[in-house]
Write a protein of this length. Structure first.
Length: 735
């Protein structure tokens, strides 16, 4: 029996404090009775023993209050989100249904809880975020933006509370998810403060030594760093005040995680990271004067300190998709130290700190165009990609900066950093992408591989002769472009294959040569093609000459050459025997094809040389004739896979009176008399004719082919067994 759940003294005091804070912040937006209903529901659950601590021993009721306060203070959500968080444990544990929530608190709260509960179910099925669950997780997030915000806040609160947890395995798992999924999501949504906290806490739990090493170094250098910041900003304050601007300046040290990433990237110690802190100049100005005053501050600062033009980031003219607006510059301060300065207004700073939630205050709930576009992009990516590729691409997109380019008409388009001309072409339309040969960027002609930069004016150039190529997949960066290229390549392969097949069949017909599918497969393999589509593509584009192909095809069809030789006892080296008197008898055996049909004209396939007794099947050729193949023919799998509708059943009937030409491959140790030993066994067999021997010797081993005439499969197996008994013979196989 589980121990009865109880609040500790400290937990009770903390819960009452948090409840009072929530009342102060959101009490005015609560509906009458909301607070009392929540209090009664929680009290009833505790009284009935329906509350249990989580794997870390944390109190779920207290965790709910803590998370609710984070979404209110750090993100700016209000009634519906707070109620959903406080009722979430009841829904997840099955003590309250989403329908009951809708009746008691309204559809908006119920919709949030529906999304949160779906995520809980995914975690319950598999606690590891694998590709399929990751896909469903994101789609759940996309149902209501507040779901993702609550999940981020919940993970921040959990990371704060598990510092002293005993369950190390669970803490590692939670930390990895925070770093891999929740921190990037917070970053993309503009919740930079929460993103930095998640990254720092993840580093603290996963790389303990690195975290405390950097924290100690920061502590040791804090005094000198603070003094430098004061010296740096004092003249700036004087100049800004003289200009009549209303402002305040913050100096902040970069996060431990950010410093650690720089140390790893630059492969340097802590002392080698020069930009440890940033200065933030925040203006108090009306919205209509924001840009003008920000650029005025930029002018004042760059007059005082030398700027680095490569480090200028203008998110005033074109804000990020998550709404982030700011002007970033890096200048060379006293003592030749580089300092990053961020110039923004109070409104911009609020958006930067609170991300999407701040937009709801300034622009209204329905003004999240960039975010809606981002979520639509996620859906498109998940529909065109699978598994780990989708996850890695999503993670990459989260961290990538954005570039903004203009069309010739002045329309603004946005791409991830590293996108190319070809990405833009496919963004406009698939037909434009398929025909793209390059572009004019700022009136300069460039190739389709050219990387796009913010501010470029790009005009795509096309050609009717252009076709999509396989290597284009390595040029583009966006999932959307990759998906369109793959589709175009498939369509092109189909068209080229049909065109090439028609051309080959027409040439064969003109030269009155029968086209056998199995022989063609042999030819394709002999030419070194692993994929049939590559063969047909080279035929279609003229790389392979069809007349040359036909000549090679005829060579293969004619079969083995039969050089002459003697029958002296000697080694196998260069031994050749040709029985010119041997003739291939007429085939009198009966073959039953398809549904007991007899007397149908057929031919035995040269690729596998079937004989009486073999398991066989029929294949209807292009000309309408039937070729008989062995069931274990090397071409059988491909024929069944690609042309299953042309395969018919076949079986032997009669007594096996005819003789068939069979080739045996023999491998063994070369020795005097080895050929006589082989031929003597064959000569002793009744109704068996040795047609030819062709054997080569190298480094003491011989390899060769024996062509014999034999009447059925049983005799063939017996012959193979006898040949294997010859001294020095290592291997005998039927070809």
């Amino acid at each position: 029996m589980n121990k009865r759940f109880e609040f500790t003294t400290d937990e009770r005091a903390e819960a009452l404090r948090l409840q009072a804070e929530l009342r102060d912040r959101v009490g005015q937006v609560m509906l009458p009775g909301d607070e009392q209903k929540i209090r009664d529901h929680i009290g009833q659950m505790i009284a009935e023993g329906q509350v249990e601590r989580d794997v870390f021993g944390l109190n779920p009721i207290l965790s709910g209050f803590q998370t609710a306060l984070i979404v209110v203070d750090e993100i700016g959500l209000r009634r519906d989100a707070v109620l959903a968080i406080l009722l979430r444990y009841s829904v997840d544990s099955g003590h309250l249904t989403v329908d009951e929530v809708e009746q008691g608190y309204g559809p908006s709260v119920a919709r949030i809880l529906h999304g949160l509960h779906r995520i809980k179910e995914l975690y319950r099925k598999n606690p590891v975020i694998e590709s399929e669950n990751f896909r469903n997780l994101l789609l759940s997030f996309a149902e209501d933006m507040r779901v993702i915000l609550i999940m981020i806040a919940d993970r921040v609160n959990l990371m704060r509370q598990i510092r002293d947890a005993d369950n190390e395995a669970a803490r590692q798992e939670v930390s990895q998810e925070a770093a891999y999924l929740y921190a990037p999501l917070a970053h993309k949504l503009g919740l930079y403060k929460l993103k930095s906290e998640l990254e720092d806490l993840s580093l603290k739990y996963m790389e303990h030594d690195a975290y405390y090493h950097i924290r100690e170094k920061l502590s040791q250098t804090k005094e000198s760093r603070d003094a430098y910041i004061k010296r740096f900003i004092k003249p700036i304050e004087e100049r800004l005040e003289a200009a009549g601007l209303t402002f305040h300046i913050k100096g902040r040290t970069k996060s431990i995680h950010s410093i650690w990433q720089k140390m790893k990237k630059q492969k340097c110690p802590f002392e080698g990271v020069y930009d440890l802190f940033a200065i933030r100049i925040i203006l108090d100005t009306p919205i209509e004067k924001e840009k003008m005053q920000c650029w005025q501050v930029y002018s004042i600062v760059t007059d005082m300190y030398q700027p680095n033009p490569k480090r200028l980031r203008d998110w005033l003219s074109v804000p990020k998709s998550n709404g982030y607006e700011s002007l970033h510059i890096t200048v060379l301060g006293p003592e030749q130290k580089w300092v990053e300065i961020q110039i923004r207004t109070e409104r911009m700073d609020d958006v930067a700190e609170r991300g999407v939630a701040a937009h709801w205050r300034y622009k209204g709930v329905k003004s999240e165009g960039g975010l809606d576009e981002w979520l639509t992009g996620i859906r498109q990516m998940l529909e065109t990609s699978d598994g780990r590729e989708a996850m890695d691409q999503f993670k990459m997109d989260l961290y990538e900066d954005e570039v903004y380019v203009f069309t010739p008409k002045g329309d603004l388009l946005k791409f991830p950093k590293g996108a190319t001309v070809l990405d833009m072409a496919y963004h406009i339309h698939s037909k434009i992408g398929n025909a793209c040969v390059g572009a004019r960027i700022n009136n300069k002609v460039v190739t389709l591989r050219q990387t796009l930069n913010s501010g470029d004016q790009v005009e795509i150039m096309t050609s009717t002769n252009q076709r999509p190529r396989q290597e284009w997949l390595n040029i583009v960066k966006t999932i959307r472009a990759k998906a369109k290229i793959r589709l175009a390549l498939k369509e092109t392969q189909v068209k080229e294959g049909l065109f090439a097949k028609e051309m080959i069949e027409r040439k064969f017909k003109n030269r009155k040569i029968e086209l056998e599918e199995s022989t063609m497969q042999h030819l394709i393999k002999r030419l070194g093609f692993k994929e049939v589509s590559d063969f047909y593509r080279q035929v279609a584009d003229g790389t392979l000459n069809v007349n040359t192909l036909i000549d090679k095809y005829v060579e293969i069809q004619q079969g083995l050459r039969t050089p002459t030789g003697d029958n002296q006892a000697r080694s196998a080296g260069e031994f050749v025997l040709d029985d010119t008197q041997a003739q291939t008898p007429q085939n009198d055996d009966v073959l039953v094809i398809d549904r007991n049909l007899k007397g149908i004209d057929y031919q035995l396939a040269r690729c596998c040389n079937p004989i009486y007794g073999d398991d066989v099947f029929g294949f209807v050729t292009v000309s309408g004739g039937i070729k008989i193949h062995r069931a274990d023919c090397p071409n059988a799998p491909e024929l069944r896979r690609r042309f299953g509708y042309r395969v018919v059943r076949a079986r032997w009937s009669g007594k096996g009176a005819s003789q068939y030409s069979i080739t045996l491959r023999v491998i063994g140790v070369d020795d005097i008399g080895i050929v006589n030993n082989l031929t003597s066994i064959i000569s002793k067999e009744e109704k068996l004719v040795l047609r030819s021997i062709n054997i080569d010797s190298s480094d003491g081993l011989f390899r060769g082919n024996l062509v014999v005439m034999i009447d059925n499969q049983a005799k063939l197996e017996a012959l193979i067994k006898r040949l294997r008994t010859v001294k020095g013979v290592k291997q005998v196989d039927r070809i």
